[in-house]
Design a protein around this ligand. Structure first.
Ligand code: AMP
Ligand code: GLY
Length: 427
């Protein structure tokens, strides 16, 4: 390891850009390769530098060819498809759970049964595969239930409805296989929980966890939490809703129980366990869902509150021997404003030229993470729904917000959309 570590990051979003940046800044790291990456991980406006380059081709082939010391897998799809297992079989160290452990995210039916088995506080539910059973199943809920497709649907598999009739219709539609194919042939009906949502990330080695400060995401496209759901329009951390007592309770009552349960099943969880929680008005953390990877755009803020050797933390977790001393949590607040393309989330337009990036990235206390961008003859153009994550960091959340929003003002592309109220619950 004399020249330092080489790391391959799999993915192309803002999350992966932020992970790559944090890895590159780790003292033990010499080089980071992102596959397939985006304009921010290869272009002239890259904030990562020359040692980060884009690699083409399938993630598996790239990871084998690069001979890295560590592979970090960003998105859920390759995790659920078993990329960790395939690379581990080639003696490559991977930070990310196995395909079997990834079912915590890949199958909501599995997750609900697991949660029940290990005694987590979660919504009452019922699983339906046969359309004839639906009317009776829906009627069992006194309030209209939430309808969820069992499998991965790119964040679109959850429907919140206002009436039992709408619930019935949404569940019928999913079971028909039309919107989500096989992923929707099994449907979870679930009691609707009330409260405030938070995202808890835990870096796990199978036995132990390093829990990061709580983050909050903003899922709706418009200010005031109105309009359709998106992949996430912004985030901030730490979220004051989760004080240190509550965080400890979540660590013991949720993260700890999951790790123990997965171990008992013979599927120890190594990777990032992301618990999506609804904190009730009485302060009780209830499990909405688990993800088996870092959140996007939560990662964009979390990477700014970690100090030390992030790579060492992930390597030690991947080896099953978590070194919590590798990193420290700073007293920094961070806030990320997502700039989305025209037409997002329904039909994001591509090819709009992005201007003002160098001015924005030159500002102190600002990081601009790329997501849906690509290079087109030296220019950066939009290439996806969420285009950039403009992120500020500072000793207070208000200042972090000011940094992020003034950088937003420097960046322009046709039809850009963003929320002006990121962090409103805490500001
Ligand atoms: P997901 O796409 O799985 O991240 O879930 C989408 C969103 O649906 C969650 O972030 C919550 O806002 C909402 N949601 C899911 N399950 C419930 C529930 N049982 N009660 C209330 N809201 C829910
Ligand atoms: N921001 C939520 C997610 O990554 O699923």
């Amino acid at each position: 390891m004399s020249r330092g570590r080489k790391v391959v990051v799999v993915g192309s979003g803002g999350r992966e850009h932020a992970l790559a940046q944090a890895l590159l800044e780790s003292p033990s790291v010499h080089e980071v390769v992102v596959t397939p990456g985006n304009a921010g991980t290869q272009g002239p406006s890259a904030i990562i530098g020359k040692s980060l380059r884009n690699a083409k081709g399938r993630a598996f082939d790239v990871a084998i060819a690069e001979k890295p010391d560590l592979v970090v897998i960003g998105p859920e799809q390759p995790l659920c498809e078993g990329l960790t297992d395939a690379l581990s079989a080639q003696d490559i160290l991977v930070f990310g759970p196995t395909g079997r452990a990834s079912r915590l995210e890949g199958s909501k039916a599995y997750m609900k049964a697991f949660a029940e088995k290990v005694g987590l506080v979660t919504a009452r539910y019922r699983i339906v595969t046969d359309g004839d059973e639906l009317p009776q199943a829906v009627a069992q809920f006194s309030e209209p239930p939430v309808i969820k497709a069992d499998g991965l649907c790119g964040g679109k598999g959850v429907v919140l409805v206002d009436s039992h009739d709408q619930a019935l219709e949404a569940a019928r539609n999913m079971l028909s296989g039309q919107p989500f194919g096989e992923a929707g042939r099994k449907v979870v009906l679930e009691e609707r929980l009330q409260g405030q949502e938070v995202s808890i990330h835990a870096i796990c080695d199978g036995n132990r966890a390093f829990v990061l400060p709580a983050a909050q995401d903003h899922k709706r496209i418009f200010d005031g939490d109105r309009g359709p759901n998106t992949g996430g329009m912004g985030s901030y951390a730490p979220a004051p809703l989760v004080n240190s007592d509550l965080l400890r309770r979540i660590e013991q009552e949720i993260i700890g129980k999951v790790l123990e349960g997965m171990r008992t099943e013979g599927n120890p969880f190594r990777g990032t366990l992301f618990a999506g929680l609804m904190i009730s008005d009485a302060g009780v953390p209830q499990v909405l869902e688990f993800n088996v990877r870092f959140g996007d755009p939560e990662t964009q803020v979390l990477m700014n509150v970690i100090k030390g050797d992030f790579c060492e933390l992930l390597v030690s977790a991947a080896r099953g021997n978590l070194d919590t001393g590798a990193v420290d949590l700073s007293e920094i607040h961070s806030l990320c404003v997502v700039l989305a393309a025209a037409g997002y989330p329904a039909e994001p337009r591509k090819g709009d030229v992005v201007l003002g990036l160098s001015e924005a990235t030159a500002r102190p206390s600002v990081r601009v993470y790329h997501a849906g961008t690509q290079l087109d003859g030296g220019r950066v153009v939009t290439a996806g729904g969420r285009v950039l994550g403009v992120t500020g960091f500072a000793p207070t959340l208000q200042r972090a917000a000011n940094f992020a929003y003034s950088a937003v003002e420097s960046i322009h592309f046709e039809g850009r959309q963003f929320r002006t109220d990121i962090g409103h619950r805490a500001l």
